[in-house]
Design a protein around this ligand. Sequence first.
Ligand SMILES: NC(=O)c1ccc[n+]([C@@H]2O[C@H](COP(=O)([O-])OP(=O)(O)OC[C@H]3O[C@@H](n4cnc5c(N)ncnc54)[C@H](O)[C@@H]3O)[C@@H](O)[C@H]2O)c1
Length: 333
Amino acid sequence: MSRTLTVGLLGAGLIAGVHARAYRVDPGVRLVAVADPAAGKADRLAREHGAEVVDGVTGLLDAGVDVVDVCTPPTAHAEATITALDAGRHVICEKPLTRTMEEGRRVVRAAERAPGLLMVGHAARFEPDHRTARDVAVSGRIGEVRMVTHSTASALPGWSEAGWLADPTVSGGPLLDQAVHAFDYARWLVGSPAVRVTCMAADSGAGPRTYTLTTVRYRNGALAHVECSWAHPAGRGFKLGCEVVGTAGRVAWSYDHLMGGVLHPRDGDAEWFDVLADRGFTSELAAFFAAVRQGGPSPVPAAEALEALHTALGALESARTGRSVDLTSWERT
Ligand SMILES: NC(=O)c1ccc[n+]([C@@H]2O[C@H](COP(=O)([O-])OP(=O)(O)OC[C@H]3O[C@@H](n4cnc5c(N)ncnc54)[C@H](O)[C@@H]3O)[C@@H](O)[C@H]2O)c1
């Protein structure tokens, strides 16, 4: 039996609570410390999980945790992640990797020199339906992937501390906070780097550029079309769906009307799969702890998350300028 891995949470907001519940599935993982400057939040989460409250990333390191789990807004990801990696700890960093490419590159370099593992929280890769569709695509059952259409639409998320999600300078709006999942997922499915991105966006009561339509071209010629909005009526709930079209079939899943996932091979009957199976956060964190115990590799390396960040920032640039962005030459510090 391997020794218990101790975890410290930086941030005690929405996703920190989800992570804390997911650790409990593994009897070999224990949340021991929580840090959050917002009054009472660390206290509540720590009490619920039998952990202590500490001050900042230094407090987590002083508590001797094996793993630092960075669940803050993205503007705080880089410094905390680099500090923890340089201190020899393993790190989970929520998506998006960072707020800027300059920060993201620094995190990638820190991960390369660190003895510990860094996983970035692109949880969509661990959702069973997303994963099934990707496995189908990679297996060749639908031939060569040529087009991915992905949609995420909701109202402006209302839970964030001091409203940081509604502040584009912190969150980057839906393109960086939400569509970054789709950019990571499509890149993972297509298996080729993004080379060009074009985005049109419209303002809404939820803020600037909150209806967004982005098209991405990949080096192997495949395309992705990503719809992402924070301007949908609140009562409509969360719309999430994806279709992957290959030269020999298509595979799709959707949460919109809970239709489930479906695979249409070129020959033979459609096959359905369940989109309401166990959700991804538990699998995501289990994959991370398994990787730590085995000595790697990271289930979602920083260098891959940096690509999704680059695409999202390129989409923001395209929406701002009205021009498409060549990602092979576009540099955003
Ligand atoms: N993977 C997913 O599907 C998913 C879902 C939701 C959020 N997230 C990501 O998780 C991160 C947190 O989002 P959230 O929804 O939990 O936000 P939140 O506002 O609910 O929680 C963030 C918490 O971080 C705290 N915080 C801010 N700066 C801090 C610092 N320097 N040190 C310690 N704590 C600090 C805030 O006080 C707040 O309590 C973001 O990067 C977000 O994009 C990922």
